[in-house]
Design a protein around this ligand. Structure first.
Ligand code: S3P
Length: 449
């Protein structure tokens, strides 16, 4: 999945208000988990609304390489014939994870309790990201690792079967680490216990329960205590994947910052562990209403109605960060268009995402004329008060996306509210999570060049 073609610079511009009703692709986190649990169930799991982005396709390819039979039967429609918990086979070649941290860390969890050896490789961005956070607890369960310096990819690991159950308090608020341990626990006899002092997205817990795993969840003074009873037997399911709130964030902020806009985004997951951005934007004055709230396949879903709104800067409470961890780049764009100052803190984790998102956003925002200060754990942004962003002017510079899809899409949205063009160095990373982003934005009347 290494991208060997040439970079493709692009930009968006607004020709007027954005208007219309759109739906965004399926949730990336839920799509990965549906394929993985389907691969571990005996029988046929049917998935609709699967995100067909590069990250999820990397998960599908890896699971196929380990013996699962996975077929695409239509747009977003997939079937998975699983091998059963404990039935994964040793892959014959290295597993190419492309840009996807979620594929890597969750699949490492799966491999850890199977008697197999697997090598994980990824692109330049993924090869810089820390894997020690999963290597450490999975080593305690008995897996062994040969990683590149700093606990990075490429790495080769060998699982242990039976693995040793563990009780582990998460040192970082990470759903990926939690999920890796839960997946490892499925093929581990006894109780795997994970304590999360700060709650993170709970799609794994919801879906594991749906597939028939036995899971106890308790709120304790130390945090959420999740106990998984192994060895589990999973029953195949029908999974309907809701629209990804992390993708909806881009047309949502676009509608807020382009004067006169009125946009509906249908069928979006509003799981409270993911919905922090809506809350923060509403506190800034955003006119976002949730319509037709319902539950689909164990996940809360609603349609979002978003209208252009004057925004006011706020201090974003650090406690909300895990529920909007992927949305800070686009929140920074909203903050740049707001009246007054927005301060964010407690965001050290953004430095180890697909890029160092504090540094990449600070540099890009400064280049387009936004007053921004970078701290170790956040950004402080002075907004324009609704005036257009200056843009790159005739400087001839391009925004560096650093192989980070959310940086590319955030600056594309900024281009909709800018006086002069914002040219972005590469559109290819967008395909990791939101392949039809540009088509969707042009459908709302934005122009691409
Ligand atoms: C994800 C968890 C988050 C998020 C990522 C997807 C998941 O990562 O940033 O895009 O699906 O579990 P962390 O667990 O590292 O916070």
């Amino acid at each position: 999945m290494q991208n060997l073609s040439a970079p493709e610079p692009f930009r968006l511009a607004a020709t007027g208000p954005l208007a219309g009703t759109v739906s965004v692709p399926g949730d990336k986190s839920i799509s990965h988990r549906a394929l993985m649990l389907g691969a571990l169930a005996i029988g046929t799991t049917r998935i609709t609304g699967l995100l067909e982005g590069e990250d999820v396709l990397a998960t599908a390819a890896a699971l196929r390489a380990m013996g699962a039979d996975i077929e695409r039967t239509g747009a977003g429609e997939w079937t998975v014939h699983g091998v059963g918990v404990g039935g994964l086979l040793q892959p014959e070649t290295a597993l190419d994870m492309g840009n996807s941290g979620t594929s890597t860390r969750l699949l490492m969890g799966l491999v850890a309790s199977h008697p197999i050896t697997a090598t994980f490789v990824g692109d330049a961005s993924l090869s810089k990201r820390p894997m020690g956070r999963v290597i450490d607890p999975l080593s305690l369960m008995g897996a062994s690792f040969m990683a590149s310096p700093g606990g990075r990819l490429p790495l080769t690991m060998t699982g242990l079967c039976p693995a040793v159950p563990l009780e582990y308090t998460l040192p970082v608020a990470s759903a990926q680490v939690k999920s890796a341990l839960l997946l490892a626990g499925l093929n581990t006899p006894g109780q795997t216990v994970i304590i999360e002092p700060t709650p993170t997205r709970d799609h794994s817990e919801r879906m594991l329960a749906g597939f028939g795993a036995t899971l106890d969840i308790e709120e304790t003074p130390e945090g959420r205590r999740i106990t998984l009873h192994g060895e589990a037997e999973l029953k195949p399911q029908t999974i309907i994947v809701p629209g990804d709130p992390s993708s909806a964030a881009f047309p949502m902020v676009a509608a807020l910052i382009v004067p006169g806009s009125d946009v509906r985004i249908t069928n979006i997951g509003i799981n409270p562990t993911r919905a922090g951005l809506i809350e923060v934007l509403q506190a800034m004055g955003a006119d976002i209403t949730l319509e037709n709230a319902r539950t689909v396949g164990g996940e809360p879903v609603a349609d979002l109605h978003v209208r252009h709104s004057p925004l006011t800067g706020i201090d974003v409470p650090p406690a909300i960060a895990p529920s909007m961890i992927d949305e800070f780049p686009i929140l920074f764009v909203a903050a740049a268009c707001a009246q007054g100052t927005t301060r964010t803190t407690g965001l050290e984790e953004l430095r180890v995402k697909e890029s160092d998102r504090l540094a990449t956003m600070a540099k890009g925002l400064a280049a387009i004329g936004v007053k921004v200060e970078e701290q170790e754990d956040g950004l402080t942004i002075q907004g324009t008060g609704g005036d257009p962003l200056p843009g790159l002017g005739n400087s001839g510079t391009q925004i560096a996306t650093k192989l980070d899809h959310r940086i590319a899409m955030s600056f594309a949205v900024a281009g909709l509210a800018a006086r002069s063009p914002i040219l972005i160095d590469d559109r290819r990373p967008v395909a990791t999570s939101f392949p039809n982003f540009l088509a969707l934005m042009t459908g709302l009347s934005a122009e691409i060049s």
